[in-house]
Every structure is written in structure tokens, then in C-alpha cells.
Design a protein around this ligand. Structure first.
Ligand SMILES: [Zn+2]
Length: 1050
């Protein structure tokens, strides 16, 4: 009679759990495979001394080594959060370890850096639990036995993700103590580690492949067999017998034609986020030194590193490490990538700031690493401007890599490998990693997602896997590289190989066919609160972008008139770099901790102070001030915009000036000034104006009226009627009102500082009560002052202004804000019919729906706009301008501008306190495309500069336009600067409305030649120039084109 086999069937769920526990560090860790990873340990081999740095200072190695260290042991706790503790380690290797490799195991429940005794950073360490854990440092490849090794460890009292109080994004716990739980040396068991990594892949396939696939079943069976063979009583032979099974399984090759994955090592280091800039400077050193060590053991390993700013910091703080990185870069192992100064926010910076991100980034890489970057690498930012493709291509880059749209919370983005078509039609090959993360663990699940979530397999059978721990740095781990080796060519998975991003894109470019195209912005359907959070940061950014523009313009003017003038290039570079730094994608969006925002505001303050002084001294070179000459004071108005303008300006009261009206406090007065493009005008030359404005009451209504409009307000300051006199047209719908302050409940699902969710729109309520009164009555300027009690805790004072010379109605607002998860918006309703609204953007505009028809429409319930949003129908429109805000929500004929939020994480004090901002409504005939809205929005943001000058200087220097565009009102000449590498003048202009332009560039300068160039100022084709006419030949531009010209001046 036959006997039955002793082998029972195996059950999938039970086998999977059995296999998980087999390698677990938590369960059965005293007897399972995990328990075998080290053959020997010596906890008493390390003598330990510590020096705790007073306060929260981060000191360099050279200072630390000189301090007095005192003995300490494991089991002690160190703190508070953000403090630093230096340890001296004296390690004696046991004699019996001769011939073995030796590792130091260090767990301080925090981040730490191993230093050699001669002051070279060797490797970063991360303690505590979690995937970021990295506690091993290879001390000796082969011990002699009995030798002594000395080194230093710099312990930073923060985790990889800062020190959030009971949660990732909570404000930091300020006095946390970090436990030094493990300091020992150990001998790794090579066979056990091999099996550990093998099991990782086999178990991953058993879990991740379709349950009924033969390969999944085979993997499950192999797991069972391996664990069966793991005989604790005969470990050495058991491990070899287990490895026979695992290696047989892993030796089966992938089928031809399977998907190909290029695994690119990366380490996302947020330049500030849940930690301040100061900690980032150390994170870069820890993360990158670690990668150099991995390169020593894994010759196939390639690492990419972005953000020129971080490299510049490293070169100053850690010059020896920087040299090592440059060496690794020469060998192609450590590749710089990204092309920009920092990985910036891509909603809020101006068009020119985008250009400078690339200009400073590419020039840095070219100078320090010998070449420009081909890949614009930006895995983690909150939406991508439609103007980026053109700027990428004009900045010497060719490809774009990201993944962030995988976070969309309404629609799945439909493409993986595709052609991104920009606002002007420029095309960029783009890849959004289908693994849907930039911190991939390079495990089986990443491989499976790379095909399963790849939406363009029909056109391109390859994808990029950005692997390596990140956000707080860290980067790839040994385990990831081991997994990639095992997944190189194995049946059941895509083929995976380490490589570089550039090689990946070049291979796609060669092989892909029929790629789909996506036109316009890559709108991110999440983090819509970041257009508004941390209002002071946004305000500084907008104001300083314009201030630096004015210095460059004035300095170039000086250079044009006087070729001996010393253009302040280095000073300007420093200011630009600081401004660009704060455009990092957690700083400008307002999603960092309070410490980071305090740093950012201090940097802004410093930039502002220096920049204002520079502008003043530069203008003094143009027109000497009266203080310099001792003459009578005169005031000049300087128009820094590219077109003539007539405005009512405020000037100090001064005898002889033609003041037609004093201000309410009588210290200043108003005068109407007309200036040419980029030119000065003596304020006293202004003529009395025949246009008048007045303020008066009629019953319960308060009225501001000039030659263009009549604006009626109720006693709460609501705009109840806005009437265009020449068009005979009422703009406020019957029974409705504008300028309504509204409070919304603002409680997102998780990401407090980041998100506002659609449902907040259900909760809008009129904010408190308000009282309006007339302050100024004309004839040049009429004003109302409205005092608001917005809530029990918050107040506002608003000055509403109408001048004699414009239909524009301005609202200057100051708020004392003390709220909790409450959103303040101002709301206008217009009698205008349109399914789209037009928003100002980087060097162009973008139209978005005002309807909620489709999920793509209502996903845009809150969008980013720069200086204006416009709602127009046939024949007429109204723009809502602002001077430092970015969030708009337009639905039907309701336009809202987002003013202030009050999230509590990760900065509990976000936006509390005093705020100042202005917005305006500007009615216009015709549609947006026929309007003057673009120029008006510049004028609202860039007031004429009123400067005290000497009388003789004003007489001597006849005002003349530095530059003028003749023939095309749709071209905006935005930037005038000195060339980077010569004293040529560089001007940058853009087509602002989305059409063709034909024009001539005129100038008062003594021009000898003009060439087209790109953003990096590489010289291109010559442009015809007629000296007698002081004008270029005819120039053409296409819709939303950015054109840069390099001009030689005698
Ligand atoms: Zn990030």
C-alpha cells in the first residue's frame, strides 16, 4: 500500500505572513533570519566622549575638535531639539576579528554624521525606526585584529523629518530629548545578508504579482522552501541550502520585450521644510557623503543631485567633501541635474524669476561641473506654469522630469511619457515617473507600478525610477542597490538597471513613437492653499522681484549714459540668489515650519534694505540728489515701465510744485504727472488737470465719481453700483454688491498649510460689520475709509481710492488677523457673461473655465493668478488686480481674491498679526485681448518713483526714453540688465496677449549692434539696426514668445 507524502499543501496568506516574520526586525527577531545578520558584536569596544554645543549653534568640525569632551555612554538622552552634540569614539577591534569586515552601528534616534579625525565628512546616519533608518558605517573592510580606530560623530537633535510634535507636519516639539540607544561594532554575516536581500525580492513577487500567475506561485513555494531549510542548529550549512533555493528562483531570466526601468539614485532634500536652512546645509553633507561611500562598493551606481544652491553651500561649509563630489562627477557617478538654482515653486515666481532660476543654476553647473544640465528635474512642486517649456528650452535644457501630479485628488493625470506643449507652442519631452514617487525603495512594488500605472506603454516601453529616501535627504541605501542587482533580469518583473536621467531621456527620444501631447499648464489638483498661506512671504517675493528689476534698469541706464559706471553685478547676484533661494517649493508656498519662515523673512528684510539703498545710490548717479549739490530740492518722477503713463502721484509738500490737492494729513499732496517710457519728469512741470474726481453722499449712499465712472457704496463699504459713464453701462448686477469681505471655514483633509478643499466654498459668510466714511474729496484724489470688525478677533481698515485720471478703483487694506482655520476672501460680482476667466501668469496669461461642468473644471475651484484676473464678454470686461496676492476663485460672474488663511500646521503662528495689501478693479471696453489690462496691472504694481533731485541735474539731463517699443502694444519690455559676461545691455520682452507682433525697438542709447540671444545669453542672429533713426529693423514675435536681445552700446 502506498503511503501519503508528508508534505502538506501550503496556504498563500499563511505562507506570506510566515515569510514576512522570517526577515522581521520586530517579530521573532531573536531567532529568525534577521538575528543572523551579524556574526559577532562588541558593545564594549567603543570608548565614548561627548561635547554638547551650547544653545542651538551648529559649529564647524575645526571648532568642535578643539573643545573639551567628557565621558558618556549609551542610554543617555541628548537635546533639546535642534541642538548639536559631538562625540569622540575610540574603538578597539577584538583580536579574534582579524580578517573580518567591521561595521560601526550607531543609533542616536536622530540624524548624525561620521567624521574622520582629519575633518572629512564620511557618512550620514539616521537612527530610530522607519525606512530611513541607516545605522551602519563600514569601519574596516578587513580588520587586522586588535587595532584602534578613532573618529568623530556629530549628532543633530532632529529626525529625518524634523521634530514634529506627535505627527509629521505638526509644529516641532522644541525640547525633545534623543536617546543614544546603540553604539557598538559588529561583523556582518555575508551569507545571511545575501539571503535577506533575496527573500525581499521573492516575497515581494509572491505578494505583488497577480495571485494566479505561475511566477507568483513559484515565489510563494520558494519562500516556504527557504524557511523550511533554515535550520537553527546548523546555521552555516542552512544558509547555503537556503541560498540554493533563492538563487535558483532568481536566476530565471525575463522574457524578451519586457518593460525596461532605469533606476536613478536621487535624494530629495527640501532646502527648508520641517527644518530650517541651517539644518539643510548639514543634510546635504550627510546625504551626499553617504552616496560617495556606496559608490565605492557598487561600481554600477549612479546618483543625481539637483539644486545649485545646496552645492554652493556645501562648497563653503565642506570644501573637502565638495572636491570629492567634483571628482565623482568627472567619472559620471555623481551627476548634477535640474538646471535651476533651487527646485522652485512653479506657480508664484514671476517670468523673470523663472529665467533667473535657470540662468544662475546653469551658470553654476557650467562653472563648477563643466556642463549645463539637459534635464529640468523637479519631482516635488505644486503645479507647473504653462510658460515653462519655452523657458526650459531657452535655458539650454531639453527634458522635463516630475511625478507630483500623481497626488491629484480629483482627476488622474492621463500621461506618463509625453510631449508637453507650452503656452507659446514650445515642446518638451516629459516623463512623470509611473512609480508615482521620488522616494522609491527600488523594491518589487515599484517595478510593478512602473508598468501598471504607466499610461503610455503603447508609445514608450520604458520608465524612470527615482529611488532613494528623500524630502529630508538620506538617499539610496545599500538594500536598494542590492535589490536592483537582483531585479536586473528576472522572470516576472521588468528589467531594471541603474542609470542616469539623461541616458533615459535620450533613449526615449530615440525609441518612442507617437507620443501624446499635453498643451498648457500642468495644474496640480492639490495644495491650492499655497497660493495664499504665509502672506508676508508672498508680498516680499512680489515686491522684491520688482525692486531688483528697477535697480537693474536704473543701473543699466547709468551704464548706457556713462560707460565708466561700475554696474553692481556682484551685489545684484547676491540679492538675486537670496530671492531665488526663498522661492524654494516649501518656502514661497508657505508650507514650512515657523523657524524656516523666520529665516526667510530675515533674508527678505536684508535684501529689501540693501536693494532700496542700491536703487537710491544708482538713481543718484543718474540725477544728483539735492543733498549732494546743496541746491534746492526738486522732485522727479521716474517711470520704470516701457510705455508713457499719466498718473496722480503723491509727493512731499514743497513750495513751487504745482500741488492741486493736499493729502488728508497735509504732509503730502497730489499732482498729475505724465512721463515717457523709462524716463524722468520734473514734478513741477505738471499742468493743472481739467479732469476731476469728487466724493459725496446721497442718502445712505457714499459716492466716488470722476469723468469715467460713478462708484456707489453702502455704509458698510460694499460696492453696490459701478457705472461706466461713456459706455452707459452698470457693472454690478441688480441687487448684488462687490468688495464683500467673506470668511470661509478652512479645514482641509490633512495638509493644513497646503490645502483648501472644494467644500470650503459652501461655508462663506459676510465678515462682521463695517463703517465707511469719506476722507478725501478731490479734485485729484477722492477716498473712503472703511473700518471693519471682521470677527471677534480680527479687524481691517480699508482706504478706497478713485483718482481724477483713471476709472480704476483701488482698495488699500490693512488687517489685524487672529483666526484659526479661517479663510478671508474679497468677493465681487459683475454683470459680465463669460465661460472663461483670464489670469496673469509668468510672461503670459492663461484662461481657465468659470464653470463647474466637468471634473477638470471644478478641480480648478481655486487657481493661481499673478497681477490680475480678468472677466470679459463681447465689448466689455473687468479686471481684478492685486499687488501681492495669488489665489483666485472665479465661478460664473463671481470673482474672489484670496487674502489670508490661518492654518496651524506646520507653523502654528502662520499669518497671525498685521498685513498690508492692495487690490483694484479696472473696468475696460472690449474683451481682455483688446484691453490695456496688462499695462494697468504693471502700473498698479510699479508706482512711479518719486525722487528728490538737484535742479541743475534736472536741467542738464534732458529726459529721454531708454527704450521704447514702437508698433506693438501687445509686447511688454519687462527686463533691462547688463549682460552676464560683458558690458552689453540685455533686454527681455514678451508677447503678452497671445497673438503676433510686428515692431521696432527704439532707444536713446548709442547702439552699435543688436543680436538675438537665449535666456543664458548665448548670442544668436544679428538684428538690423538703423543708427540715424535710433531704431531696430522690423522685429516679429509669435504668441507668448519670450525674446531676449543683446545690445552693444558705444
Ligand atoms: Zn520637496
Amino acid at each position: 500500500m502506498a503511503t501519503l507524502s508528508a508534505q502538506p499543501r501550503f496556504v498563500r496568506s499563511i505562507t506570506l505572513t510566515r515569510a514576512e516574520k522570517f526577515s522581521s526586525s520586530e517579530f521573532y527577531a531573536d531567532i529568525n533570519l534577521y538575528s543572523q545578520l551579524y556574526k559577532a558584536r562588541a558593545p564594549h569596544a567603543v570608548e565614548l566622549e561627548v561635547y554638547s554645543v551650547p544653545g542651538l549653534e551648529r559649529i564647524p568640525f575645526d571648532d568642535a575638535i578643539k573643545q573639551r569632551f567628557v565621558p558618556t555612554t549609551t542610554g543617555n538622552r541628548f537635546g533639546p531639539s535642534w541642538s548639536t552634540h559631538w562625540f569622540k569614539l575610540k574603538i578597539t577591534v577584538p583580536r579574534e576579528w582579524a580578517g573580518e569586515p567591521v561595521e560601526l552601528l550607531w543609533d542616536s534616534s536622530s540624524e548624525a554624521m561620521v567624521w574622520s579625525m582629519d575633518g572629512v565628512p564620511r557618512q550620514g546616519l539616521t537612527g530610530d525606526k522607519g525606512v530611513d533608518r541607516r545605522v551602519e558605517y563600514q569601519l574596516l573592510k578587513k580588520a587586522k585584529g586588535g587595532e584602534t580606530v578613532e573618529l568623530l560623530v556629530e549628532m543633530a537633535c532632529n529626525g529625518m523629518f524634523g521634530a514634529g510634535n506627535n505627527g509629521l507636519i505638526n509644529p516641532p516639539e522644541e525640547d525633545r530629548k534623543f536617546l543614544l540607544s546603540q553604539v557598538e561594532i559588529a561583523v556582518p554575516n555575508k551569507a545571511a545578508w545575501q539571503l535577506f536581500y533575496d527573500m525581499d525580492i521573492i516575497l515581494g513577487m509572491a505578494k505583488g504579482l497577480p495571485e494566479n500567475s505561475p511566477r507568483a506561485q513559484e515565489a510563494l513555494y520558494a519562500c516556504n522552501q527557504i524557511i523550511d531549510r533554515f535550520d537553527r542548529r546548523d546555521m552555516e550549512n542552512a544558509l547555503q541550502r537556503c541560498l540554493q533555493v533563492s538563487q535558483e528562483f532568481l536566476s530565471k531570466k525575463a522574457a524578451p520585450g519586457v518593460h525596461r526601468v532605469t533606476a536613478v539614485g536621487n535624494c530629495h532634500i527640501d532646502t527648508a521644510w520641517l527644518w530650517p536652512y541651517g539644518e539643510t546645509r548639514r543634510k546635504t553633507a550627510r546625504s551626499w557623503a553617504t552616496q560617495l561611500r556606496l559608490m565605492e562598493d557598487y561600481p554600477e551606481y549612479v546618483f543625481v543631485c539637483s539644486q545649485a544652491q545646496q552645492l554652493e553651500w556645501l562648497s563653503k561649509d565642506y570644501p573637502k567633501l565638495f572636491k570629492e563630489i567634483q571628482e565623482a562627477a568627472k567619472k559620471g557617478r555623481f551627476q548634477v541635474i535640474g538646471a535651476t538654482w533651487v527646485e522652485m515653486d512653479c506657480n508664484l515666481p514671476s517670468g523673470e524669476a523663472f529665467c533667473r532660476q535657470f540662468l544662475y543654476g546653469q551658470r553654476y553647473y557650467e562653472k563648477n561641473f563643466g556642463a549645463r544640465c539637459k534635464v529640468f528635474w523637479l519631482p516635488d512642486t505644486f503645479g507647473y506654469s504653462a510658460q515653462l517649456p519655452q523657458i526650459i528650452k531657452q535655458s539650454g535644457a531639453e527634458y522635463f522630469f516630475t511625478q507630483k501630479l500623481s497626488w491629484n485628488n480629483i482627476n488622474k493625470f492621463p500621461n506618463t511619457t509625453f510631449t508637453w506643449v507650452g503656452l507659446d507652442g514650445t515642446k518638451v519631452l516629459t516623463h512623470m515617473a509611473p512609480c508615482e514617487t521620488y522616494t522609491a525603495q527600488a523594491d518589487v512594488s515599484d517595478m510593478i507600478r512602473s508598468t501598471e500605472r504607466n499610461r503610455d506603454l503603447a508609445f514608450s516601453n520604458q520608465s524612470l525610477l527615482p529611488y532613494g529616501n528623500g524630502d529630508g535627504g538620506g538617499g539610496p541605501q545599500r538594500a536598494m542597490l542590492e535589490r536592483i542587482r537582483r531585479m536586473k533580469d528576472v522572470d516576472g518583473l521588468p528589467k531594471c538597471e541603474t542609470g542616469s536621467a539623461v541616458e533615459f531621456f535620450e533613449s526615449v527620444k530615440k525609441e518612442a513613437k507617437g507620443l501624446q501631447e499635453w498643451k498648457g499648464e500642468l495644474y496640480f489638483e492639490l495644495h491650492r492653499g499655497t497660493y495664499t498661506t504665509q502672506a508676508p512671504i508672498k508680498r516680499y517675493n512680489r515686491k522684491l522681484e520688482f525692486l531688483l528689476r528697477e535697480i537693474e534698469l536704473a543701473a543699466t541706464y547709468c551704464l548706457g549714459l556713462n560707460r565708466d559706471f561700475k554696474y553692481p553685478k556682484e551685489e545684484l547676484d547676491a540679492l538675486w540668489k537670496d530671492l531665488l533661494l526663498n522661492q524654494f517649493h516649501d518656502v514661497l508656498p508657505g508650507s514650512s515650519i515657523e523657524l524656516a519662515h523666520i529665516d526667510a523673512r530675515a533674508i527678505y528684510k536684508k535684501v529689501e534694505t540693501k536693494a532700496k539703498k542700491m536703487l537710491d545710490t544708482t538713481l543718484d548717479c543718474l540725477y544728483q540728489s539735492s543733498q549732494q549739490t546743496g541746491e534746492d530740492e526738486r522732485y522727479a518722477a521716474f517711470n520704470t515701465l516701457a510705455w508713457p503713463r499719466s498718473e496722480i502721484v503723491e509727493v512731499p509738500v514743497h513750495a513751487g510744485d504745482n500741488l492741486q490737492q493736499y493729502s488728508a494729513n497735509r504732509n503730502t499732496g497730489y499732482v498729475k504727472v505724465h512721463t515717457d517710457a523709462f524716463a524722468f519728469k520734473d514734478v513741477a512741470d505738471s499742468k493743472a488737470d481739467h479732469q476731476k474726481v469728487q466724493a459725496y453722499t446721497s442718502g445712505q449712499e457714499i459716492i466716488l465719481e470722476n469723468d469715467f465712472v460713478v462708484a456707489k457704496f453702502n455704509t458698510s463699504g460694499h460696492l453696490i453700483s459701478f457705472f461706466d459713464k461713456s459706455d452707459v453701462r452698470e457693472l454690478v448686477p441688480q441687487g448684488q454688491a462687490g468688495n464683500k469681505m467673506k470668511l470661509f471655514e478652512d479645514v482641509p483633509l490633512f495638509w493644513d498649510a497646503w490645502d483648501v478643499e472644494m467644500y470650503h466654498l459652501n461655508t462663506g459668510k459676510d465678515a462682521g460689520t463695517a463703517k465707511a466714511r469719506i476722507e478725501e474729496v478731490g479734485p485729484l484724489r477722492a477716498t473712503l475709509v472703511v473700518k471693519h470688525a471682521l470677527s471677534e478677533h480680527s479687524t481691517a481698515v480699508q482706504t478706497i481710492v478713485l483718482t481724477a485720471s483713471s476709472p480704476r478703483l483701488d482698495f488699500h487694506t490693512e488687517v489685524e488677523w487672529h483666526e484659526n482655520r479661517t479663510f478671508l476672501k474679497v468677493e465681487f460680482m459683475w454683470d459680465i457673461h463669460s465661460d472663461v476667466a483670464t489670469y496673469d501668469s509668468q510672461y503670459g496669461v492663461i484662461q481657465r473655465p468659470t464653470t463647474y461642468n466637468t471634473s477638470h473644471d471644478y478641480a480648478k475651484f481655486e487657481v493661481c493668478g499673478h497681477k490680475f484676473a480678468d472677466l470679459s464678454e463681447h465689448g466689455y470686461g473687468v479686471a481684478l488686480l492685486n499687488d501681492c496676492k495669488f489665489g483666485y476663485s472665479t465661478h460664473g460672474n463671481t470673482m474672489r481674491l484670496s487674502l489670508l488663511r490661518s492654518p496651524k500646521a506646520p507653523d502654528v503662528n502662520s499669518d497671525m498679526g498685521h498685513h498690508e495689501f492692495s487690490y483694484a478693479v479696472f473696468p475696460h471696453k472690449g474683451t481682455f485681448h483688446e484691453s490695456n489690462v496688462v499695462r494697468e496691472s504693471y502700473q498698479f504694481n510699479v508706482p512711479m518713483i518719486i525722487k528728490s533731485v538737484s535742479q541743475s541735474a534736472l536741467k542738464e539731463r534732458h529726459p529721454a526714453s531708454l527704450f521704447e517699443i514702437e508698433g506693438a502694444k501687445n509686447v511688454v519690455l519687462d527686463t533691462i540688465k547688463r549682460a552676464e559676461d560683458s558690458d552689453h545691455v540685455v533686454v527681455r520682452m514678451y508677447e503678452a496677449y497671445g497673438g503676433r507682433a510686428l515692431f521696432k525697438l527704439k532707444s536713446a542709447l548709442n547702439i552699435t549692434s543688436i543680436h538675438r540671444c537665449n535666456i543664458l545669453e548665448d548670442e544668436g542672429a544679428a538684428v538690423e539696426y538703423n543708427k540715424e533713426e535710433h531704431a531696430s529693423g522690423w522685429l516679429t514675435m509669435h504668441a507668448f514668445e519670450i525674446l531676449t536681445l543683446k545690445i552693444k552700446v558705444k
